[in-house]
Design a protein around this ligand. Structure first.
Ligand code: AVI
Length: 324
């Protein structure tokens, strides 16, 4: 049943070594820049993925709850756009929770292709899915979903439907988002459907609270990137010497996360030494918030048209059915 997973991992063994090297190279480049930054993709090792799951359960982080409730309400309408004998491809599938809402409403889906960088997460999610959906063919793929991909041969010839929930699209800058959507278009082919969840711009207090939860889970998530550098790249970051900062940038329509150095300090990592001034920021994440028209324009630039879209009650979150 899981031969697809084994094959995908073997093919990607070289990619793992490449990932380790690019983490080190990205840390060196990001911490050497005049304005220090790191890609948010580096939050998600096993500890970071657990912290993200915990964020989704905080009372302030409305995104997951709101999107799930919206998907429950509109699943049948989404399913009406899904063709027969479809292969559903999920980008960054994690625990494969939300996909169930679509699968339950769309029996015409015959194959599920979860793509995730974490082999452990993929393995356990695939085992659960096999038990819950015994008639569904599973073709899991261990990969960084942001990179150029080839789909497993099992789905060649099927109609392709992509699923990209959670407003992860908002963690790309607009240029990266267009590049990603173009790549997905190439991967899924002309005529494909892509179902995307996107968080909407809203009042600042709601946004601020979502990224500054009272229990400090988001703070731990933010600092996990430093812990990860310590674990994997021999770093000596003192996490207490950095402060979590999450703020709304209205010009760019995005929440930003930073780590602010509390003191002048030197930090060693990946064989290099980096100087931080007191008050200096390390920019760790952008989380863009959309309007329906801004998202429609973004998708259009990447060759997708909005077939249907749905917006939740406040706090607003949207799901778009895009057609290539
Ligand atoms: C995964 N992504 C959509 C989350 C977001 O809201 O941008 C990651 C996150 N960052 C802080 N809290 C959650």
């Amino acid at each position: 049943m899981f031969s697809g997973l084994r094959l995908a991992r073997d093919v990607n063994a070289a990619a793992d070594a490449e990932n380790d090297e690019s983490f080190a190279a990205d840390v060196i480049a990001g911490l050497s820049a005049r304005e220090k930054s790191l890609s948010p993709k580096y939050f998600y090792d096993a500890a970071g993925s657990e912290l993200f799951e915990a964020i989704c359960h905080t009372p302030e982080y409305y995104l997951t709850r709101t999107e799930t409730a919206l998907l429950e309400t509109i699943a049948r309408e989404i399913a009406a756009d899904i063709p027969p004998d479809a292969a559903l491809v999920e980008f960054g599938s994690g625990a494969s929770h939300k996909i169930r809402l679509l699968l339950d409403a769309a029996p015409q889906v015959t194959t599920y292709v979860p793509i995730d960088i974490s082999e452990d997460a993929l393995q356990s999610a695939t085992a659960r899915m096999a038990r819950a959906y015994p008639r569904l063919a599973l073709a899991p793929l261990v990969d960084d979903f942001t990179r150029a991909l080839a789909l497993p041969s099992a789905v060649h010839g099927s109609h392709k439907v992509g699923f990209f929930p959670g407003s992860t699209i908002g963690n790309f800058n607009p240029h990266q988002a267009v590049a990603f959507l173009r790549q997905v278009h190439r991967l899924l082919g002309d005529g494909a459907l892509l179902i995307v969840g996107a968080d909407m711009a809203k009042d600042e207090p709601t946004l601020h609270a979502a990224y500054n939860d009272r229990q400090g889970v988001t703070e731990r998530f933010n600092k996990n990137v430093l812990a990860r550098i310590n674990r994997e790249l021999g770093g000596d970051f003192n996490l207490d010497a950095f402060e979590h900062l999450a703020l709304w940038n209205p010009q760019e329509s995005r929440m930003e996360m930073h780590l602010v150095s509390r003191i002048d300090q030197l930090v060693n990592a990946a064989g290099h030494t980096f100087a931080f001034k007191a008050g200096e920021r390390l920019h760790t994440e952008n989380s863009y918030k959309f309007t329906v028209s801004a998202f429609t324009a973004l998708a259009h630039n990447a060759g997708w048209e909005v077939a249907h879209h749905w917006v939740s009650e406040a706090p607003h979150f949207a799901v778009f059915n895009l057609r290539a």
